[in-house]
Write a protein of this length. Structure first.
Length: 467
């Protein structure tokens, strides 16, 4: 090997290890950058036959070192698992949010809600039994009947408003999903146009993977890497990103006989071809479950409580006798919509004397009917018991949803940490690599110095005696 060949080899070492230090510097600078994946320089011996230059060497000792690729660390299996966990956590968090809103909408734990109004109503029936001929007391009972009906109406309205608002949230989330897939498709085109050794290519892939993670928060997507560096993304078998192109999804309101009885429609997410997509994860999936399941279920149970209240009160009251001697009257009119339409019956509205406090055949000052109505407060199968059971059930669902959300959030955080540990930047590793690269650079520089001294001897001292 010639001395010039030695210079050439040492020069490749200087260049490669300088670039290694630049790569390590970039890793350290981006240690806290979201979505950044560690870059590693893959080194290889330079092929002598292909190494052509001023200081090229032609013997068997090699031609130095080169960076064959700047590899972006990735672990597809860990990333897929993390995205699946993110989708599960997104659904659990969305479901918990709606459970809490259902609890607020019913108002079982707040003042002035159905529970308070029922308690006040039973107390007023008890007071009426103490003074069955008191018109002022009868007016109070009428007012409490109206307040109870209004509380049912308000709770039902709250649930309908919640259903509407959550449908709008899903529409917004679907718009965000489409925005993300559009950007991912655009990035895929840029990645395809970039060369394998383009330093910006890894940055494009970082950004794309970060967007796919955000996509997983919204819905469970399947990601399939392609040989050309692009990805195919599907949701329930529908391609939303393929070959750098995007296909959108949308939201439709679908008639459903079971929900129509509650005055609601079913919310569906559909493909661009109109096929309804089955989405069971992510924030979109969690809210779809709430819109099409949890909220209608709560409305159905609320209607059941309203129906039980009206039926049981009407049954007892219609058998009693009013101060005016009348009988067979209802105090509640259910209408056709249960809790949405329950109201004070026209039989007694604005007519205090029509309220029945006495039992049949017992005289106008009897308190039998009023006492029987008051005892509904403690009846094990009475309206108050039915409502308390409903509220307790909702509270139990909130507690279970809270535990589930906490567990899935923890699992998601663990899965993300595993990805970060396998592909992210570790300062300890970078500092170790930095020292290695620095020592290698110094050694290459020392090699150049040694060759320089050899050349100096050849040029300046060869043939000179006594020196």
């Amino acid at each position: 090997m010639s001395n010039f060949g030695g210079l050439s080899i040492a020069a490749t070492g200087l260049d490669v290890h300088r670039r290694r230090i630049e790569i390590i510097s970039g890793n350290i600078a981006n240690v806290n950058t979201p979505g950044y994946r560690r870059r590693v320089a893959d080194l290889g011996a330079l092929d002598v036959a292909g190494h052509v230059g001023l200081y090229a060497s032609g013997d068997e000792h090699g031609g130095g070192v080169e960076i064959r690729s700047i590899r972006r660390l990735e672990d597809f299996q860990l990333e897929q698992n993390a995205r699946a966990q993110r989708s599960t956590a997104g659904a659990a968090d969305a479901t918990l949010d709606v459970h809490r809103r259902i609890e607020e909408a019913i108002g079982g734990l707040t003042g002035g809600g159905i529970g308070d109004e029922l308690a006040t109503l039973w107390n007023s029936f008890d007071d009426l039994g103490n003074a069955p001929d008191d018109l002022a007391m009868r007016q109070i009972v009428l007012q409490n009947l109206d307040n109870t009906a209004t509380a049912f109406n308000q709770a039902s309205t709250n649930l309908i408003d919640l259903h509407t608002n959550e449908s709008l949230v899903v529409a917004d989330q679907v718009d965000e999903f489409n925005r993300l897939t559009d950007e991912i498709a655009s990035l895929d085109q840029d990645i395809l146009a970039s060369s394998q050794d383009d330093i910006g290519r890894n940055g494009l892939i970082d950004r794309r993977d970060q967007l796919i993670d955000e996509l997983s928060d919204l819905a469970p997507v399947t990601v399939a890497p392609q040989p050309d560096g692009q990805v195919e993304i599907t949701i329930d078998g529908f391609f939303v990103v393929s070959n750098g192109d995007q296909r959108t999804i949308g939201v439709e309101q679908v008639a459903d006989p079971a929900m129509a009885a509650l005055g609601l429609t079913r919310t569906a997410v559909v493909s661009s071809s109109g096929r309804e997509l089955r989405i069971e994860g992510g924030a979109i999936g969690g809210r779809l479950q709430a819109i099409n399941g949890l909220i209608p279920e709560a409305m159905g149970r609320l209607d059941t409580v309203a129906t039980e209240t009206a039926t049981q009160v009407n049954t007892i009251h219609s058998a009693g006798v009013g101060l005016d001697g009348g009988t067979g009257r209802d105090v509640f009119d259910l209408g056709a919509s249960g809790s949405r339409s329950i109201a004070v019956s026209a039989d007694v509205a604005s007519t205090p004397e029509a309220l029945a406090a006495a039992g049949a055949g017992a005289g106008p000052l009897d308190d039998g009917t009023a006492r029987a109505l008051a005892e509904l407060a403690e009846a094990p199968d009475g309206p108050r018991a039915a409502f308390d059971e409903f509220v307790t059930s909702v509270a139990g669902q909130v507690a279970a949803a809270t535990n589930r959300a906490e567990a899935t959030d923890m699992a998601s955080a663990t899965a993300i940490a595993l990805v970060q540990g396998a592909t992210g930047v570790s300062l300890d590793e970078e500092l170790t690599d930095l020292i290695t690269a620095q020592r290698s650079y110094e050694a290459a520089a020392r090699m150049i110095t040694a060759v320089d001294e050899l050349l100096d001897t050849i040029i300046n001292r060869t043939g000179v005696i006594g020196r």
